[in-house]
Design a protein around this ligand. Sequence first.
Ligand code: 1HN
Length: 346
Amino acid sequence: MSQSQGAQTAPAMPDQNAISSELRRNVTAANIIPLWESGTTAFVQGTEQAFHWPWRVMQPIMQETARITIPAILERRVMMMVNPTIPRNESECCSGLLSAGIQALMPGEVARPHRHSMHALRFVLEGDGGETIVEGKHCAMLPGDLVVTPGWTWHEHHNPQGRPTLWVDILDVAIHRALRNDRFQPGPPQGMKDIAPDRAFANGGLVPAGLEAASAGYSPIFRYAAEDANRAVDAAPAGPDGARLARYVNPVTGGPVLPTIDCCLMRLEQGAATASLHSSGSCVCVVVEGEGESSIGDTLVAWGPKDVFTIPHGQPVSHRCLAGPARIFMASDGVIHDRLQLGART
Ligand code: 1HN
């Protein structure tokens, strides 16, 4: 259309107030919402920011909680870490779809057997006599050990002697809540599977044949010892950002250690700083040793041993080790994005 035909008048915009009269009342009574008012089309990146729970804050809280409570009444003495920057945080998420808490079991205490639909892992901070029994397999809990309890596996925690055992619990609570898949069953355990012993997987690169079909869909190994993980990360070549990474895997499939949670151990040399990369998946980090700082989006986290901090999905991240070597355990929900082919990744 040429200019010479003169200015066109814009079509009249519908009066916004049309919706605040009788139609508004009917819309509300019908339990519907205009899409343009709903926020569904806003495509916000999310407001989640990195968050940090320093051990110097958590340690005295756990010590006092252990003094005045007993798991026989509570079932589990866990302090959940709730990230205040996640809106509508009904599942008490710490990062993305992951929930995390710190659990303490004092000498002589037991947390009774149970199972739940959620996949969970425990990363040990302190202890020398505790264990978790998973589907009948005894898994020692020594500092730096990872113990996984895949969904619907029976598990119970014991600390018969020695020092208090403290660990970080990380679970995929939010995805179960969203899918209405939250199930819990108290013990005693019944119908446990016969799972090959860990020594059957202790010969690098060789696993018992024929387990793929028999596999219940989860790793036959429930305990990943700190000394093995340390050896693996020390031998790993440095990656593109300068950090060494060892990945905890299901030895039968080479896939993630849990269907919804992928775990790695990172090693940084003293003085090293990693290149800035965008995170894919949200991550809960537990500092095993060393001190340093991480730049995560707009947040700078200054970390030390046993601190927990988070990395939200899609944010630029770089780490700097000030006293090392540093080792950081990382649990990510990125495997959910991958498995569901959720598309846009940064
Ligand atoms: C749970 O069952 C454990 O088994 C720990 O030790 C933390 C947090 C939320 C829901 C269930 C455990 C948990 C949990």
